[in-house]
Design a protein around this ligand. Structure first.
Ligand code: AMP
Length: 355
């Protein structure tokens, strides 16, 4: 991969006329709305025509649409997009559907550290990072023959939990596994799920202080996953499995939530440790990230995943969350991203938050 030189790219930019740009999907309404609140122009890359739908949300609609036929075509249009002074805000769908390899070659100034991709997308490296930071992850079961408790089997690169399944024995595993796919087996952690939405600024020291910069907790959610979250309406999982009906983990939405206050110090400790470790490993995560956790009955956190960009779980909080309200009224993650870009631009530090 040719290393993208952000400083060079930014020299041609009109810094008084920066445009916040993302793909029209996932958390784009929130990103455009947040950018608009901070006085930025916005541009939505739309795969196919989506204008009609955005017209229904005037405050979440981008000022301008840039329509392409498919995700790959974005790569061919970067000269044109740079002329519009765009700063790209990546989100889950953007990276997933463009493809991580292509995303790394996208020669547009992009919010966040793209080097994080290889650390979060490979489950082995992700474990080195998170356990190296002192976090507890669900135990991994290396050999299916050793399944001695409920486990969750996860396929690599599965979109939105698709195809994941629960097994309680080796026999169950054998019946369900698709052998042609790469997978990991994790203990199924019993507890309650919390998806924690952080924001790390390497350039501002106005929140929970770290060795460099500071950390905020903007919000948290619980994912709504079909069919696991509603399956009990039809019968117990055991009953249904006998009929060959298996619960699935496909994300369909997000539910707002708060956590007992006494757990918040631990939430900050975990976020801080993940950042400090990332600084050692790859020059540091930047901006929004999410730790996906289960809290057990002993009030211990088990972290099963990290997402190193804005997650869709922040969408319930376009007008702020019970946590962001304590930072600034009306503060969403999308808006916080825009604020960071505005601040960096003012202080001539854009190259510290863009890659
Ligand atoms: P992931 O793709 O790793 O985010 O997992 C998709 C979903 O599976 C999560 O949102 C959880 O509901 C569930 N899940 C993942 N890992 C575990 C685990 N170790 N224990 C219990 N549930 C899990």
């Amino acid at each position: 991969m040719t290393k993208i030189n952000i400083t060079d790219m930014l020299t041609s930019y009109n810094k008084k006329n920066l445009t916040i740009c993302t793909v029209c999907s996932h958390s784009s309404l929130q990103i455009f709305n947040g950018a608009r609140k901070e006085g930025f122009k916005t541009l939505g890359i739309s795969v196919g025509e989506k204008k009609k739908y955005y017209d229904a949300f005037p405050l979440g609609r981008p000022d301008e649409f840039f329509i392409v036929d498919n995700y790959k075509d974005i790569l061919k249009c970067t000269d044109e997009l740079r002329e519009k002074n765009v700063i790209v805000i990546p989100h889950g769908s953007f990276v997933e559907y463009l493809g991580a390899d292509r995303f790394l070659t996208l020669d547009l100034p992009t919010f966040g550290n793209r080097d994080v991709l290889k650390w979060e997308s490979d489950r082995f490296m992700e474990r080195i990072w998170l356990e190296g930071a002192g976090l507890t992850m669900p135990q991994e079961i290396k050999k299916p023959e050793d399944i001695d408790r409920p486990v969750i089997v996860k396929y690599y690169g599965a979109k939105g939990g698709k195809g994941f399944f629960i097994a309680k024995t080796y026999d169950e595993f054998k019946k369900r596994i698709q052998k042609d796919k790469k997978y990991v087996i994790q203990e199924f952690v019993m507890g309650t799920r919390y998806y924690l939405h952080y924001f790390y600024s390497p350039i501002q020291n106005n929140a929970y202080k770290l060795s460099k910069g500071s950390l905020q907790l903007i919000s948290m959610d619980r994912r709504d996953e079909t069919t696991i979250d509603e399956v009990q309406r039809l019968g117990s999982i055991a009953e249904l499995e006998e009929l060959g009906i298996h619960p699935t983990f496909v994300v369909t939405g997000n539910i707002p939530i708060v956590m007992r206050e006494s757990l918040l110090p631990k939430v900050f400790e975990m976020g801080a440790a993940v950042i400090e470790k990332s600084i050692n490993l790859f020059n540091g995560i930047i901006g929004s990230f999410c730790l996906e956790t289960v809290v057990t009955e002993d009030l211990e956190f088990k972290v099963f995943e990290i997402s190193a960009r804005i997650v869709a779980g922040t969408n319930p909080y376009i007008a702020g969350s019970p946590y962001s309200e304590l930072i600034q009224p009306n503060l969403s993650t999308g808006r916080r991203i825009a604020q960071e870009i505005k601040y960096a631009n003012k202080k001539n530090m854009l190259n510290k938050i863009l890659t």
